[in-house]
Design a protein around this ligand. Structure first.
Ligand code: NAD
Length: 294
């Protein structure tokens, strides 16, 4: 498939900036879209669009060969009111982007779903077994996770209705190799003293460059139906084995026999098989590369 012009929503967000660079390096022309104006429009021109407005969404996706939809409110709910606001923003924006793509005859949309559809923060539920597969029943626990699961459902049915292919990336917690970043690798050693701190993510993470690679793989893969993929680093964020973590924190979870010592608790096989994506970055290498490892 040759896709040259990509409309990128959430282009000024943390992941969006990395994806934008990766797409441009890969030879794509990017139409950057965000509800926020750029702090420096001369260096970082973008289209200011609130995707919850359908007309503006259609007008700004016009001319794109494909859409990468990462524009949403990514924060977990702090209460019912913030949850309602997040669900409204994310779900209406996603519906508008997806339907506008269909209306304009755009054949492919790659979008950010989230690991949270599988049960985050794992207080009321626990994983039945690991590794978790994409086909396991979703167990959303928050309005944010419901907004992402709704995106997956919209992708499935709009594909059936119009033929546009929607590929959802169930990203784990995205980390950045940027010292001082709120989700930077320098925080990682701070998680080791108390495994309960990262329990709610099942100790998963993914490097932002691996997310950007997954976007490119999903844009280019010969997949003709809507799918979702686990997108996580191959290992956990912890310096102790995954089996020990689950035995201590999720004693009822069944652990597959072949489980690797530090392996992430989600299966990455589907992404490897269907879109040819495998994660390349690990915190061990990232921290080793820092001039002053924490
Ligand atoms: N950060 C993570 O660890 C993580 C994990 C899994 C999935 N995700 C998903 O990845 C995507 C990007 O996350 P991020 O961490 O870069 O978030 P971010 O907040 O840094 O970026 C999101 C961007 O979307 C824009 N946006 C929000 N609502 C919009 C609207 N109505 N119209 C236009 N733009 C809008 C925001 O202005 C922001 O720039 C989100 O969909 C998020 O849910 C993030």
């Amino acid at each position: 498939m040759t896709t040259r012009t990509v409309a990128l929503t959430g282009a000024l967000g943390n992941a969006g900036r990395v994806i934008s660079r990766r797409l441009e390096e890969g030879g794509y022309r990017v139409i950057p879209i965000d509800v926020l104006p750029s702090r420096n429009p001369f260096f970082e021109p973008s289209r200011v669009v609130d995707l919850t407005c359908y007309g503006d969404t259609v007008a700004n996706l016009h001319g794109a060969d494909a859409v990468v939809h990462f524009g949403s409110n990514p924060w977990p709910d702090s209460d019912f009111f913030t949850g309602a606001d997040r669900f409204r923003n994310n779900t209406i924006a996603t519906f508008n982007v997806f339907q506008a793509a269909c209306q304009l005859g755009i054949r492919r949309v790659v979008y950010a779903s989230s690991e949270t559809v599988q049960g985050h923060p794992y207080v009321a539920v626990h994983p039945e077994r690991i590794p978790i597969l994409e086909s396991d029943a979703p167990l959303p626990q928050t309005a944010y996770a419901l907004s992402k699961l709704t995106a997956e459902l919209l992708g499935e049915h709009l594909c059936r209705m119009h033929g546009t292919v929607f590929l959802g990336l169930r990203c784990a917690n995205i980390l950045y190799d940027v010292p001082g970043h709120h989700a930077g690798y320098d925080l990682v050693p701070g998680y080791w003293a108390d495994a309960a701190v990262r329990r709610e993510t099942l100790w998963k993470y993914v490097d932002s460059l691996d997310v950007a690679d997954a976007v490119v793989c999903a844009l280019e893969a010969p997949v003709a139906r809507s799918e979702v993929f686990n997108i996580a680093a191959a290992d956990t964020i912890m310096n102790v084995g995954t089996r020990a973590l689950f035995e201590a924190h999720f004693p009822k979870t069944v652990i597959a026999d072949e489980f690797g010592e530090f392996a992430t608790p989600v299966s990455l096989a589907k992404a490897a098989d269907l879109i040819g994506w495998v994660p390349k970055r690990r915190w061990r290498d990232r921290l080793a590369g820092h001039a002053h490892p924490p």
